[in-house]
Write a protein that binds this ligand. Structure first.
Ligand SMILES: Cc1ncc(C[n+]2csc(CCOP(=O)(O)OP(=O)(O)O)c2C)c(N)n1
Ligand SMILES: [Mg+2]
Length: 289
């Protein structure tokens, strides 16, 4: 990827993070931690990887995305807003009475949401069904789904993983946000899933480990997914990320899994993100010269 593209993606991901903070602060609830860890992957998916058109969100030929870790809804909504599916100004209506931006994604209300999720473990199963349907209809559709590393403590995920490999769904890309934390502590203490790469390999996946907060790494990982088409193997990308990424006091702290910033914390978070954005803007201008 060119330096210009890289800077643009970083700036977009920073605006996505600002959207997450705006939304959760206004809602006085919601899930910033896992939205921030996934912001780079969501940005890459919607701005580089997926064949989608915000002008035609229900195009039957579009690639599909299922946010299996549905609590990261603020991250998805902020990404959809940046991509033009919905107005950025609507983000602060998150979780308010009457708003279409519910605490977890509702496919019947939000343009660009392909599956309603929130009950952990279920989204990945729906994604498998979508990938199988696309294959049976001989359509060139990729299906992407994002899970959390706490979510995979749900047995249903492993049933879906078996299904994906049994049916050779090489148009399916399972992303797992390995941020090391779930709702109230480290996944290694609550229910250790490591060595995850070996487990996914053993199930039959084309398994890729990447830094999920690096656009260079993400580019390489999705290239390997592309190359796996025709192999009969579904892809699993293990995104090693930092929960709360981009807001210093939220990073690596399980407290920020499902808590909103108060007014003071909101100010600090926005200042940090604005400073990062301005810095990227300067680099971008220099590059243009
Ligand atoms: C079936 C089900 N059980 C419990 C919950 C409550 N819950 C919401 S998020 C979460 C922890 C998820 O951790 P992880 O998948 O690691 O998410 P991330 O770190 O990416 O935010 C739990 C237990 C739920 N949404 N669904
Ligand atoms: Mg996690």
């Amino acid at each position: 990827m060119t330096k210009k593209e890289m800077l643009q993606l970083k700036m977009t991901a920073t605006r996505v993070r600002m959207g997450v903070i705006e939304a959760t602060h206004a809602a006085k609830s919601g899930h910033p931690g896992g939205s921030l860890s996934a912001a780079d992957a969501l940005t890459y998916l919607y701005f580089k990887e997926m064949q989608v058109d915000p002008e035609n969100p229900s195009d039957p030929e579009r690639d599909r995305f299922v946010l299996s870790k549905g609590h990261a809804a603020p991250g998805l909504y902020a990404t959809l807003a940046e991509r033009g599916y919905l107005p950025v100004e609507d983000l602060p209506t998150l979780r308010h009475n009457g708003s279409y931006l519910e605490g977890h994604p509702n496919m019947n209300k939000i343009p660009g949401v392909d599956m309603s999720t929130g009950s952990l473990g279920q989204g990945v199963s729906a994604a498998c069904g979508m990938a199988l349907a696309a294959r049976q209809q001989e359509k060139d559709i990729n299906v992407y789904t994002l899970l959390g590393d706490g979510e995979i403590e749900e047995g249903e995920c492993w049933e879906a993983f078996m299904f994906a490999c049994h049916y050779k769904l090489d148009n399916l890309c399972i992303l797992i946000d390995v941020n090391g934390l779930q709702i109230d502590g480290p996944t290694s203490k609550v229910m250790n899933s490591e060595p995850l790469d070996q487990k996914m390999d053993a199930f039959g996946f084309n398994t890729i480990i990447c830094n999920g907060n690096s656009f260079n790494d993400l580019e390489q990982a999705f290239l390997l997914f592309d190359r796996a088409h025709g192999s009969g193997k579904p892809t699993c990308i293990l995104l090693h990320t930092t929960k709360g990424m981009g807001v210093s006091f939220m990073e690596n702290d399980p407290e920020w899994h499902g808590k909103a910033p108060n007014d003071e914390q909101y100010q600090q978070a926005m200042q940090e993100l604005q400073a990062a954005y301005d810095q990227l803007g300067k680099e971008y201008e220099q590059w243009l010269k």
